[in-house]
Design a protein around this ligand. Sequence first.
Ligand code: HEC
Length: 98
Amino acid sequence: MKLFNKILLTLTTTAGLLVSGASMAAGDAGNGQKLFSGSKCDKCHGTEVFTRTDRKVKDLKGLEAQVRRCDSNLNTNWFDDEILDVTAHLNKKFYKFK
Ligand code: HEC
């Protein structure tokens, strides 16, 4: 039983690393910039919300979640990798999270 738990733990940890590793690598900031400027993201707010002192987003996960929320507000229907590309673009240009 103990051994089984250990194997399970190793498996889930490895899977977790693979998933987070993949999503890190998937964000293409160059493509994200194209998507961002080609969409209507400036309909409700400009880029000033990304740099204001009391901005809401505090980390990369939060940024991705907010891009998702705004994407569904707008009905852009970006695919997952496009969400990650736009997240990478906004992070590179404005947020600069590690
Ligand atoms: C329907 C209106 C609307 C559209 C369109 C919209 N947003 Fe937003 N966005 C909001 C609102 C509302 C907030 C929250 C502002 C606040 O809390 O003060 C926000 C906040 C954000 C933030 C967080 C800013 C912060 O405080 O750190 C990001 C990032 C963001 N939007 C990205 C996008 C992107 C990318 C798009 C294009 C897909 C987009 N938004 C389009 C309404 C919109």
